[in-house]
Design a protein around this ligand. Structure first.
Ligand code: HMG
Length: 464
């Protein structure tokens, strides 16, 4: 049975901080953000928004657009790493908000959980819900998988320039208009790591930035190796002698903590995939440099990062490789369109990969490319750490969805924050009633109880 993504919708907060303003106020070169990281703007949540509001707003949008009633939805999963309760799942808050519009009890049949594994958990939720449909358990109902997050780092930390916020919701069924997932090839890799984590009670993560960059690439490569074995053993893809698995993916969507991480990760995967092929000899001869090798090739991530001579040479090699026409062709045709939304919105943690997917569809379609039958590969990564690689095929009715996509319109009119406003919001100095913009037809947070007997209870309203 086919199963996959029938439709996709996004909700992005209406406030943002501009990368140039950010750089000036932090004493950084704006070019580092814009060109070095690929960050132009970062979406910031208002004082009356939390990740549950973002998720509920995205759900309402996709239901209204598709004229769905709660009876049509069999499952509602939320994946997030911005949870504010250790026990009560974010689904319940979202159901509570949606029932303000659809009536009390309207979603009581609709099961689901909140899933957590940093940025990769949404991919696990998608996989599990796809299998619920494949198993015939859905009985004609849809699943909603929502990925919603606020990427917030400590003031003055190097992670602060890679913030963002937003939610993406995917509507899954057995006759998807957009993308059918390839069966029996989803592959994972997992390792106990501390590259990025957020201990109980801490609002912002503890991050080892350069370590996380390298670990991300290693883990995705391992998942890609496992994916390769599965596509060959299931016969999904037949590979010629001078081919790599990446040749069989028309598009490659990567997890995007910042837009240039996609570029970096693609270059890493391509280097590893091409190394055994005749085409690699031509690349080495064109760039007139051999691939550098660390002093301890079997060493740890720390030993590789600490090998300054290797790191400098490897950086130089990567720069030269990414300028070759062969890499440029792959980058432009398979990845670049997925990066556009990320540079305008920033990191969305769980939602980043799917915002990239959404961005790629819209901007490739706008180039006039017929997307029907194209295979899209996904490289999902979550710190802590796990990676997942999977793929799907764009379906014949994709134009019903993609033809109407308009990122600028969907983001809407945004308000640029001043530095003082940004600092006030970052340090949680404003209460919900001091929000900066008034929105219509959206769920917003009204208050969070502080008394002993009901501490943490949240109240939301739908702004008419
Ligand atoms: P940093 O160490 O300050 O930056 O922070 P850098 O020195 O690596 O510079 C970044 C890039 O800008 C480099 O380019 C520089 O060369 C360039 P690259 O070498 O990579 O091509 N650059 C400049 N370019 C032009 N003009 C200049 C200039 N200066 C430098 N003047 C870091 C970067 C990403 C480490 C930091 O922002 C950070 O810690 N971010 C948070 C962690 C993160 O995003 N990690 C990514 C991988 S882990 C992941 O994706 C999981 C995550 O989403 C969480 C989850 O799973 O839940 C984070």
């Amino acid at each position: 049975m086919a199963a996959g993504i029938d439709d996709i919708a996004i909700y992005i907060p209406r406030l943002y901080i501009d990368a140039s303003d950010f750089a000036v106020n932090r004493g950084l070169d704006p070019v580092k953000l814009q060109k070095g990281l690929g960050v132009s703007q970062m979406a910031i949540v208002d004082a009356n928004q939390d990740p549950a509001c973002l998720a509920a707003n995205a759900c309402l949008q996709i239901m209204q657009k598709n004229k769905l009633s709660p009876e049509d939805i069999g499952r509602l999963y939320i994946s997030t790493e911005s949870a504010f309760d250790e026990s009560k799942a974010m689904n319940s808050y979202v159901v509570g908000m949606l029932e303000q519009v659809y009536g009390q009890g309207a979603f009581e049949h609709c099961g689901g959980v909140e899933t957590k594994f940093a940025c990769v958990s949404g991919s696990y939720a998608l996989y599990d819900n796809t299998n619920w449909i494949r198993a015939g358990e859905a009985e004609g109902k849809y699943a909603l998988v929502v990925v919603s997050d606020i990427a917030k780092y400590d003031m003055g930390s190097s992670g602060e320039m890679t913030q963002g916020a937003g939610a993406v919701v995917m509507l899954l069924n057995d006759n998807p208009r957009l993308l059918a997932f390839d069966p029996k090839v989803t592959s994972t890799s997992i390792k106990d790591e501390y590259d990025f984590y957020r201990p109980f009670g801490k609002e912002t993560p503890i991050v080892h930035g350069q370590y996380s960059n390298l670990l991300y690439m290693i883990q995705v490569r391992k998942a890609l190796e496992a994916y390769k074995k599965k596509v060959l053993s299931t016969g999904l893809i037949k590979m010629g002698d001078d081919e790599t698995i990446l040749d069989h993916m028309d598009y490659i969507n990567m997890h995007l903590p910042y837009s240039n991480m996609g570029k970096k990760a693609l270059a890493y995967l391509v280097r590893h995939e091409w190394r055994q092929l005749p085409r690699w000899k031509k690349i080495l001869s064109d760039i007139e440099m051999n691939e550098p090798i660390p002093k301890d090739p079997r060493g740890t991530i720390e030993s590789v990062l600490g090998d300054n001579e290797f790191m400098a040479k490897d950086h130089e090699f990567t720069k030269m490789f990414t300028k070759t026409p062969e890499y440029q062709e792959i980058y432009e045709s398979k990845l670049s369109s997925s990066l556009i939304a990320s540079s305008m919105i920033g990191n969305l943690y769980t939602a980043s990969l799917y915002l990239g997917f959404r961005s790629s569809l819209e901007f490739e379609h706008k180039k006039g490319i017929d997307l029907e039958g194209k295979r899209i590969g996904f490289g999902s990564y979550g710190s802590g750490s796990s990676a997942m690689v999977f793929s799907g095929i764009v379906q014949p009715n994709f134009k019903d969805i993609v033809g109407r996509m308009d990122l600028e319109a969907e983001i809407g009119n945004r308000r640029k924050l001043t530095w003082e406003e940004y600092e006030e919001l970052h340090e949680n100095k404003l209460s919900p009633e001091e929000s900066m913009v008034h929105t219509n037809k959206e769920f917003v947070l009204v208050d969070v109880q502080t008394e002993k007997e009901n501490r943490g209870e949240r109240r939301y309203v739908f702004n008419e």
